[in-house]
Write a protein that binds this ligand. Structure first.
Ligand SMILES: Nc1ncnc2c1ncn2[C@@H]1O[C@H](COP(=O)(O)OP(=O)(O)OP(=O)(O)O)[C@@H](O)[C@H]1O
Length: 273
């Protein structure tokens, strides 16, 4: 499928308006006295593609969970176009914010088609599928290269196929904000690049956690760097990625140059222990 066709389809899938997401002094503690997220201030602009990177346990998933109303901030607020998400009706925030999460294991014996159909639920006004619903679901499956699997049991798919189905489900929701936790897990290199390239064409705000700094560098408008529950840096890939910062945050040495095609920072990692 050509890029031109893919971006035309992007506007077909996502009629909604991208939203601004603001974090105002957001901290989160699962239990009193155990602070996982220290107070974070940040604004993700409408339509921006922001990658969240950081070592294991640095708070990436905890931060994303604050954005889609699972972790209620212990202090501070998350604002969606200026409105506190915890003051919005749950249905409205579920409609505006779509998520692609790591393997939950819960698929309730659904077919692939039915899994994607679940994405329509927050927007549906009536029971039953319209022809337009079917077309939307099939287009999303086709877009993610999984249409031939539509009638298969979701639980019978490979890890990478499941991940693509989860992304298709988020797309049919037509969200204003798309939050993805490690969406490239399980994907082969072609599908990693395809999925991130596709996500950059969507007319919504995208916040995605990534372990692969090369992918964050290549696709993100800006990168949040997390360390020990703190937001260490939030800026463009050029400004965020220095060998000094990567040493401080990830405890590895890096040679950084410019990728010859994307002109974004490119990394060669090594240990200097
Ligand atoms: N509900 C919870 N109760 C207690 N501790 C928690 C809870 N949720 C997260 N944590 C702890 O908070 C820290 C941050 O976890 P989080 O999953 O946000 O990190 P992460 O950056 O996404 O890690 P990874 O890269 O390994 O997925 C970890 O030490 C984790 O054990």
């Amino acid at each position: 499928m050509s890029d031109e066709i893919k971006s035309a389809e992007a506007s077909y899938f996502l009629a909604s308006r991208p939203a601004t997401v603001q974090l105002e002094q957001v901290s989160w503690s699962p239990v009193a006295g155990q602070s996982v997220l220290k107070p974070i201030d940040a604004t993700v602009n409408a339509g921006e593609f922001v990658a969240v990177v950081g070592p294991n346990g640095s708070g990436k998933t905890s931060l994303l969970r604050c954005l889609y109303r699972v972790n209620k901030p212990t202090t501070g607020r998350v604002l969606l176009d200026g409105e506190d998400i915890w003051r919005l009706p749950a249905k409205q925030s579920a409609k505006r914010i779509a998520t692609v999460l790591q393997d939950s294991g819960a698929d309730f014996g659904l077919s692939v088609f039915e899994m994607v159909e679940v994405g329509l639920t927050p927007n549906s006004r009536s029971w039953g599928r319209s022809d337009q619903d079917i077309q939307l679901i099939e287009s999303a499956l086709d877009w993610l290269d999984v249409l031939p699997l539509a009638q298969r049991d979701f639980s019978s798919l490979s890890g990478g196929e499941r991940q693509r189905v989860r992304i298709a489900r988020a797309l049919v929701q037509q969200p204003d904000v798309l939050v993805l936790d490690e969406p490239t897990n399980h994907l082969d290199i072609r599908h990693q690049l395809d999925v991130l390239a596709l996500i950059t064409t969507l007319p919504c705000t995208v916040i995605v956690s990534l372990h692969d700094l090369a992918l964050a560098s290549a696709y993100a408008d800006r990168v949040m760097v997390m360390k020990e529950g703190r937001l260490e840096a939030f800026d463009t890939p050029d400004n965020v990625f220095s060998s000094c910062r990567i040493r401080q945050v990830f405890d590895v040495e890096t040679v950084i140059d410019k990728h010859p095609i994307t002109q974004r920072p490119r990394f060669s990692f090594y240990l200097n222990d």
